[in-house]
Design a protein around this ligand. Structure first.
Ligand SMILES: *[C@@H]1O[C@H](CO)[C@@H](O)[C@H](O)[C@H]1NC(C)=O
Ligand SMILES: *[C@@H]1O[C@H](CO)[C@@H](O)[C@H](O)[C@H]1NC(C)=O
Ligand SMILES: *[C@@H]1O[C@H](CO)[C@@H](O)[C@H](O)[C@H]1NC(C)=O
Length: 297
């Protein structure tokens, strides 16, 4: 009896132990967004036989790539993505290697770019740079790109967080997961009129990440991650100058920074398009770019 209960407990725990964004082990035949994200990461594994296609179906090529990754990291080579392999993939293959091309936004027909360089550990506040069409940096501001904590969620799936607002000194839940860290890479972005809830999002126009073009953002935004904004808030218990709170994947900045960004953008001829929330397809031509580079490994 006790042994039966222990076995049941072990089975339950081995499922619960899969790190987000996955909730169950993945093996040949599995399909879906979780497999697609696994394939995108495995495609970065040195030594795989051929370019791995992110088809969303765990096929023979995926299994071979899993075996290569397992062997490279000293794991049991069984071609199945259980907890240890999933943790290893996240630790070694999550970084997209995206680098900003340094070109002025006008080179791609855009009116602005906002650039952030972030460490993997998102607990630190970083500097954001607002770059005009001609490539000059016109404003610098402090920002935090930390989503919820791993395990700090209301429903065990990352989103929504159990508490709001919340602060922590953790790495943050990975960018592939609901409400996790702000995804890295290049994305189309646009200025939108203020959100409806000023306490949560501030009273100023916000910059919306519309669609990924490179790096992790390319396969995450908007179909896996959406509603990612550069915004502020009237967070209870917080005042300007203090550490910014964790987000649900957005970029957080001080009220005066977000105010300044919206004023500067509009002075450069950027229109604050009427905020339609996360409606897809995005109803306007995005006027700018968000470029988020992960420093280090
Ligand atoms: C990936 O897709 C391309 C084009 O469809 C194909 O030529 C290639 O064989 C595929 N690679 C694998 C590993 O399946
Ligand atoms: C992340 O950085 C914070 C300091 O900002 C530090 O306290 C914490 O230990 C770091 N976490 C890891 C896992 O490195
Ligand atoms: C670049 O654009 C900004 C914003 O429009 C402007 O203030 C600045 O003078 C321009 N710089 C050059 C070198 O033209």
């Amino acid at each position: 009896m006790a042994r039966l209960i222990l076995a049941a407990l072990a089975a339950a725990m081995s499922c619960a132990a899969m790190p987000l964004p996955w909730t169950d082990p993945l093996r040949k035949g599995a399909t879906g967004t979780g497999v697609m994200m696994l394939q995108q990461m495995l495609a970065r594994q040195p030594g795989i036989a051929a370019p791995l296609n992110a088809t969303g179906t765990f096929d023979d090529a995926t299994e071979d790539a899993v075996r290569v990754a397992q062997a490279a990291n000293g794991l049991d080579v069984d071609g199945v993505v259980g907890e240890q392999t999933a943790l290893s993939v996240l630790a070694t293959l999550a970084a997209d290697g995206y680098r900003d091309d340094g070109k002025p936004p006008s080179a791609s027909g855009h009116k602005f770019k906002i650039l952030f360089v972030v460490p993997r550990n998102r607990s630190v506040q970083v500097e954001g740079s607002l770059i005009a069409a001609n490539g000059s940096t016109v404003f610098r501001f402090g920002a935090r790109l930390h989503g919820v904590n791993a395990g700090d969620s209301g429903d065990d799936v990352g989103c929504p967080p159990a508490a709001w607002p919340a602060w922590s000194n953790t790495v943050g839940l990975n960018q592939f997961s609901p409400c996790g860290n702000t995804p890295t890479g290049l994305a189309l972005a646009d200025l939108n009129s203020p959100e409806d809830e000023p306490d949560k999002y501030g009273p100023y126009p916000v910059v919306r990440m519309v669609q990924g073009l490179a790096g992790n953002a390319k396969f995450l935004v908007p179909h896996v991650r959406d509603g990612i904004l550069v915004h502020t808030g009237k967070w209870p218990g917080w005042s300007p100058g203090q550490t910014l709170p964790n987000s649900e994947g957005c970029v957080h900045a001080e009220p005066e920074s977000i105010h300044a960004i919206s004023e500067i953008l509009q002075s450069m001829g950027v229109k604050a398009n009427k905020n339609r929330g996360g409606v897809l397809p995005y109803p306007y031509v995005p006027q700018g770019l968000l470029s988020i580079v992960q420093s280090g490994a």
